[in-house]
Ligand binder design. Structure first.
Ligand SMILES: [Zn+2]
Ligand SMILES: [Zn+2]
Length: 261
């Protein structure tokens, strides 16, 4: 839990910091990293999250409904955040009045998304129940979940471009120290979501069914984010061999790690 908290926080801080200290970043390389992370997120969603949700759900149709709901919610959150979570970088330089509003809606949309995302890592929830092998005991009562570390890796890979895009967008209109303050706020979002859902689950405020609602909605959000990355990476419907190769590489790695860890 502490490990997850720190690794989530510092991945966001570090990746955001890259854009902070290297303002003249190369869009081309960012796009490739984004496609890799998006492909990995898609693979994790399809290979790990969705199968486990449907297998563990007492009502698979209901689970499908939560996923649809999460997809729609992400569509709304993306309107607020201007798509920062799927690596969409807008440069709102030539606006005067709507500026502050823009930044707050971006922060609110992105914070809500990242907060929800953190709930996936609830301990003893079905998805990340056994993050550490040494916690496994024979007769512990839970069955083993493969690939929990892979889930964390997928989230971290997605977290990187997300934080990077946030800083790149904020840098266009804010002073550096304000950008850093907002980056720290954002970096806390997923860890807070994890801690809060964990607390609510352990103190029985949130039951397994309630947790499943969150899981389904996050999975739907991931489907939205990762597919949007695919579409926006080739806006003119051209075939980009390097992007396809990167997708294949990400899929292959996700499959491999899903089997190994
Ligand atoms: Zn977009
Ligand atoms: Zn995210």
């Amino acid at each position: 839990m502490t490990f997850n908290f720190l690794v989530l926080f510092f991945t966001a801080l570090f990746a955001g910091g890259l854009a902070y200290f290297i303002p003249s970043w190369e869009e081309r390389y960012f796009k490739l990293v984004l496609v890799f992370a998006g492909s990995y997120l898609f693979a994790i969603t399809v290979l790990h999250i969705l199968p486990e949700l449907f297998v563990e759900s007492s009502d698979p149709t209901k689970m499908g409904f939560y996923i649809l709901l999460g997809f729609l919610l992400q569509q709304i959150l993306a309107l607020l955040s201007t798509g920062v979570e799927h690596g969409h970088i807008h440069h709102p330089d030539h606006q005067h009045n709507g500026m502050q509003v823009g930044i707050w809606t971006i922060m609110i949309g992105l914070f809500l998304h990242a907060f929800l995302e953190g709930t996936l890592l609830t301990e003893d929830g079905s998805l990340a129940g056994h993050l550490h092998e040494h916690e496994e005991h024979v007769g512990h009562g839970h069955h083993h979940h493969h690939g929990s570390n892979n889930l964390l890796l997928g989230i971290l890979l997605h977290k990187g471009p997300e934080a990077f895009a946030l800083v790149a967008v904020l840098m266009a209109s804010l002073k550096k120290r304000w950008v850093f303050a907002l980056l720290v706020v954002f970096a806390f979002a997923s860890p807070l979501g994890m801690v809060l859902s964990n607390y609510m689950y352990e103190s029985n405020i949130l039951g397994r069914e309630g947790l499943n609602v969150f899981y389904g909605m996050v999975a739907g959000g991931f489907l939205h984010i990762s597919t949007t990355i695919f579409f926006e990476s080739s806006p003119d419907h051209r075939f980009y061999l390097n992007k396809v190769l990167i997708s294949i590489l990400a899929f292959g790695l996700a499959v491999l790690l899903e089997m190994l860890v």
